[in-house]
Design a protein around this ligand. Structure first.
Ligand SMILES: C[S@@+](CC[C@H](N)C(=O)[O-])C[C@H]1O[C@@H](n2cnc3c(N)ncnc32)[C@H](O)[C@@H]1O
Length: 415
């Protein structure tokens, strides 16, 4: 294909990509729409066909020695959604953590214009060099720094906006120091194993969320890496217990537990499509909270009950007992509007007790507003004294910051 033909084809695909974007259900604003139509995404992922570069999925660009993806161009919908929430204005100074391909940094440079500045930090040296080359090839004025973004921009100024494009376990001191007093921070934050993209606004010593959205991200590497544990249980394995800390897990006792039938509690709480807004935060208040990845084979051969989600469910593990959420269609469920009742199933010597505990938290969630629940998240520097804890659902101490999940008034019921 000639260069002209390739450019025309890329322009067409790019416009089609942007036409289809409605991140988190909302239309794009004029500025983000214009930036995404202007920046040639395919130049940042030169090794994939144009159709993939402008497709809806993330494009993995680097893997580690075990084949695990460590760098990518995030999905266009995720990129657009984060930019919308970041609310970048011309003249802003923006810091990005996780340069990856450099694509998002190029969009940021478009948004800040000639009066602003963009600095992006990348942990991986080879990734940083490739991003630098792609950005300079396009003439985008971006400073690419090779380093650990958890430590902030070396000698950097104060930034109006900080956007983090890898899953962070903490809000490190450096970001507090480098975020302007009224600045905005958009970060996929991991709270007890639950990753939520949180849009924070700073008001002095507190970061208060404007929105909390569920999305997946590659985990942060370096000093801020999460110590995730994945413990296989049973043959196959039948399931994997995923923990965000180093709690001991008795895999052989849990394997014995799976040999017995489940204790099941149905909650009477039914939800369309099985969607349960923020329910995981209610479960996260329970002792032994964790994620259980249940294998499809173990469900299909009848060893285990189907988990609530396609890959698993949040649940609890205590000693040789585990419990997780499951669902069943309600009698009035139909193909157009499927409806599912939530239940809890337990395996092991205390199966009934743990399943009942989980089921009770589902009912608590329902009483607090169910699908209409709204949360906000606050963060404080860990050494900034003790914030008010009334109305707090969860308080989680990180290394540098203290994160509080608070319950807001539920959204009004639909008419
Ligand atoms: C999903 S990719 C970023 C996508 C990117 N913003 C783009 O537009 O292509 C996440 C990136 O974060 C980087 N990363 C992980 N830990 C980091 C850290 N501690 N500091 C800086 N970058 C980090 C990874 O190497 C990876 O390139």
């Amino acid at each position: 294909m000639s260069l002209e033909a390739e450019t025309a084809s890329a322009d067409k695909l790019r416009n089609a990509m942007v036409d289809g974007l409605r991140p988190w259900g909302a239309a794009l604003s004029g500025q983000v729409d214009a930036a995404m139509r202007a920046v040639p995404r395919h130049m940042f992922v030169p090794d994939v066909p144009l159709e993939r570069a402008y497709g809806p999925d993330p494009v993995v660009t680097h893997r580690d020695g075990d084949g695990v993806p460590v760098s990518s161009a995030s999905a266009p919908g995720t990129v657009a959604g984060m930019l919308e929430k970041l609310d970048v204005r011309p003249g802003h100074r923006v810091l990005e953590i996780g340069a990856g391909t450099g694509y998002n940094a190029a969009l940021l440079a478009h948004l800040v214009g000639p009066a602003g500045s963009v600095t992006t930090i990348e942990y991986d040296e080879a990734v940083a060099s490739a991003a630098r080359a792609a950005l300079s090839g396009m003439g985008a004025a971006v400073t690419v720094v090779h380093g650990d973004g958890m430590l902030g921009a070396p000698g950097g100024p104060t930034f109006d906006r900080i956007v983090v494009t890898a899953g962070a376990w903490d809000i490190p001191k450096a970001w507090w120091e480098q975020l302007a007093e009224d600045g905005r921070l958009v970060v996929p934050l991991r709270i007890l194993g639950l990753t939520r993209t949180v849009v924070f606004e700073r008001a002095g010593a507190v970061l208060r969320s404007r929105s909390v959205m569920e999305d997946g991200f590659m985990p942060m590497r370096g000093v801020g890496a999460v110590r995730e544990q994945n413990v296989p249980v049973g043959s196959g394995p039948a399931l994997v217990v995923r923990l965000d800390d180093d709690r001991p897990v008795d895999a052989s006792a849990l394997q014995d537990a799976l040999e017995h039938p489940a204790a099941v509690y149905w909650t009477g709480v039914a939800v369309p499509w099985g969607w349960t807004e923020h329910l995981d935060f209610w479960l996260a208040t329970l002792e032994g909270f964790c994620r259980l990845l249940v294998s499809r084979a173990a469900v299909e051969d009848g060893r285990l009950m189907a988990p609530k989600g396609p890959w698993g469910s949040m649940g609890v593990v205590e000693g040789g007992t585990l419990a997780y959420l499951t669902t069943r269609p309600t009698p009035d469920s139909d193909a157009e509007m499927p409806s599912y009742e939530i239940g809890a199933c337990g395996y092991g010597p205390r199966a009934a007790e743990l399943a009942a505990r989980l089921a009770e938290r589902v009912r608590d969630w329902d009483r607090d507003g169910g699908q209409r629940v709204r949360l906000w998240i606050e963060a404080y520097l860990a050494d900034a004294g003790h914030p008010e804890l009334s109305g707090v659902l969860l308080a989680v101490d990180k290394r540098d910051s203290r994160v509080l999940v608070r319950l807001a008034e539920p959204a009004p019921a639909a008419a």
